[in-house]
Design a protein around this ligand. Structure first.
Ligand code: GAL
Length: 414
């Protein structure tokens, strides 16, 4: 691994803090605790240490970060915010509005972030013109992962329509194989749901329903069809799905206990950490339909006292956007770099598909923010939708009732 010189980083730290000799410190709150995730965040820990920093780890287990966000709120309310926090999408803006974020513009400007990031990603990292977060990656959410041997043994191709998916699932079920590895946690239900919204309704419908929260879209026949497909898929999961962590669902696909998983490409980080090879052991394909649901992980710095912490924030921000970190971290994480100038030669076929589809969908206008992963909506709205999605998935609620409940919940959350 390339080593960073402390000279450049400390120069920025000095600009940012006026603290010439402070030793960088950072307490970092994140939810990267699975195998692939832990391996990824270790890259940042190592670079931070190699540049003289002292890292205090504050991992809060729980995929999707719900538990981490609860922990964050408690810390901020007690006046003891962590130095750096894994935070993304509109939540960055929400915390900025609370007046608790630090300004990292000195680093961003010195390092020319505006020219290194796609405009849409840069916009998420800025708060009223100043830089308030540093992006580590671009995850794609709308993926299907499959066990290659199971598909081959059963004469099944990766599905390109939801009808093909259903037909494959029926065939697998008839052969005694669990078609869909799923973890029954609200955020995972929401993850599957948004891929179905995209596939069944198309990118424009997705935007209207889950970004604009348009009542006509929310109450449309298309949304009824989305819930119908969710009900069908409920029939494809095993009996023990309730509460299962996402990485255990990935392990089911890996170990041949299930054929497919619908999950963002952090799942690829799990396959890779287990030594599995894409295209051989496991297959990746975007979920049926045009579009790309993006999920950009980033870190925001909180307003804290102490030259050492301020120096730590500047160093972290610089390392996060460094070309070495962006490459190595993303090779482990399953995502692609947020920086546009990182060579993808070392990346696998799934990452190449992701990068190509990201630029293609961006041109076609079908590059869309993930609602399930906090990129599209504020917490109150996304929470209202997820409550309905998970209530429907875990009951025998009709699609018509779910649509009505969805429209009401969204209206009440505004
Ligand atoms: C997402 C996050 C990913 C991954 C996943 C599961 O929200 O963006 O980095 O960690 O949750 O924990």
């Amino acid at each position: 691994m390339k080593k960073f010189t402390f000279a450049a980083a400390s120069a920025v730290a000095i600009v940012a803090s006026g603290a010439a000799f402070a030793e960088p410190q950072a307490e970092v709150l994140h939810w990267w605790t699975s195998g692939g995730e832990a391996k990824s965040v270790a890259v940042l820990q190592e670079e931070f240490a190699a540049n003289g920093g002292t890292w205090t780890d504050m991992p809060v287990a729980g995929g999707g970060g719900d538990a981490a966000m609860t922990a964050l709120r408690a810390r901020v309310l007690s006046g003891n915010a962590p130095t750096a926090v894994q935070l993304k999408g509109p939540a960055i803006q929400e915390w900025y509005e609370e007046g608790v974020l630090a300004d990292i513009s000195a680093v961003a400007e010195a390092e020319n972030w505006a020219n290194l990031l796609p405009a849409s990603i840069a916009a998420h990292m800025q708060c009223e013109g100043s830089w308030c977060a540093a992006p580590v990656n671009v995850h794609r959410v709308d993926w299907i992962w499959a066990n290659a041997d199971i598909l081959e043994a059963n004469g099944i191709e990766m599905p390109t329509t939801w009808d093909e998916f259903n037909a494959a699932a029926e065939k697998l079920q008839a052969a005694g194989i669990t078609p869909l590895a799923h973890g029954g946690q609200a955020w995972q239900d929401a993850t599957v749901f948004e891929t179905v919204v995209l596939g069944v309704g198309g990118p424009e419908f997705f935007h209207k329903a889950l970004v604009e929260l348009d009542q006509d879209a929310l109450t449309s026949d298309t949304m009824v069809a989305v819930f119908d497909q969710m009900r069908t898929m409920r029939g494809y999961v095993d009996d023990n799905f309730s509460g299962r962590d996402w990485n255990l669902a990935t392990a089911m696909v890996m170990n041949g206990e299930a054929a497919f998983q619908i999950m963002g490409d952090w799942a690829k980080g799990e396959f890779m950490a287990a030594g599995k090879v894409p295209g051989e052991d496991f297959l990746c394909a975007s979920t049926p339909g045009d579009g790309y649901l993006y999920n950009v992980d980033s870190f925001a710095m909180f307003d804290v006292d102490g030259d050492d912490k301020v120096a730590g924030q500047a160093l972290l921000a610089e390392l996060i956007m460094g070309p070495n970190f962006q490459e190595v971290f993303n090779l482990n994480k399953g995502s692609i770099p947020a920086r546009t100038d990182v060579d993808l030669a070392a990346f696998d076929v799934c990452a190449h598909t992701s990068a190509e589809d990201m630029s293609g969908t961006s041109e076609r206008g079908s590059l869309l923010p993930s609602y399930a992963h906090g990129m599209a909506l504020r917490g109150a709205q996304s929470g209202a939708i997820t409550d309905v999605v998970t209530a429907h998935f875990n009951s025998d609620m009709s699609s018509a009732d779910a649509v009505q409940m969805l429209a009401d919940a969204v209206a009440n959350s505004m």
